[in-house]
Design a protein around this ligand. Sequence first.
Ligand code: BV8
Length: 246
Amino acid sequence: MSILIPQELIERLAAARRVAVLTGAGISAESGIPTFRDALTGLWANYDPQELATPEGFARNPKLVWEWYAERRQRIAGVQPNPGHLALAALERRFAQFTLVTQNIDSLHQRAGSLAVVELHGNIARVKCSREETVVNEFPDSESPPRCPCGAFLRPDVVWFGEMLPAAEALARAEAAAGQCEVFLSIGTSAQVYPAAELPLRALSAGATIVEINPERTPLTRHAHFALQGAAGKVLPQLVARLASA
Ligand code: BV8
């Protein structure tokens, strides 16, 4: 089922030199990764994600939080990038400046071949000491969570609610790309978590064309010049095909 992609959007993209993209959990949904809000199926059904993805949640129950991430890591290891990820990797090669900013922690953009990926919220494959913040490459799986040689628990190297985003470098790159792009695409995100959700608004105020790709409406939809209501894995390959013949 093809989604209507207005010719005006194709022409604006074809004429653009600088493009920025923000993705959220929705772009990994077609790979079989539950989106953040429905990540809590089964065993996790009765926990609030904002309860588990917080320093307080980890301090309160380090074993539970460690095991939630271990299960998510397992699930991610077993899936593949989907046509939406692959289409974004193809799009990157088409523009002089293309910045892909993701809220996701699953490495699927990199596995699909995207090169310039800005990970705002870290990466689940990395583990760090909860005290020293240093990334640890291997660790004993004797206890859960394992401990750093310094004695503190290890934790996933992701940004939890209430935590500052990593090295301002990632956020600064994302903000610069949003402020300079001619077209900004917000794909598969509920546009509720800050500061990521501020990026399309920054692009809008800098005069960029805002495109949203999401089966549902979000707080961003009313600001978008083009709201393509469909799945990323269906819409993005069509966008790439239309651009190729533009
Ligand atoms: C910060 C990593 C400064 C971990 C994530 C009170 C106290 C403290 C902070 C706050 C506060 N009030 C507000 C804040 C700020 C807070 C925030 O924004 N809260 C929200 C909930 C209001 N932000 C923070 O805390 C950030 N840090 O502000 O630092 C600071 C410091 C100290 C004190 C104050 C401020 C840090 C936020 C980062 C949290 N980490 N992830 C992990 O993954 O476990 S957030 C996590 O949820 C994701 O990374 C993502 O960013 C976020 C939202 O998820 P989405 O990606 O949008 O996914 P979601 O499920 O919501 O939606 C999926 C969408 O896809 C849907 O719209 C659906 O329709 C669509 N979809 C589905 N299928 C498809 C599809 N689209 C396309 N195709 C499909 N097939």
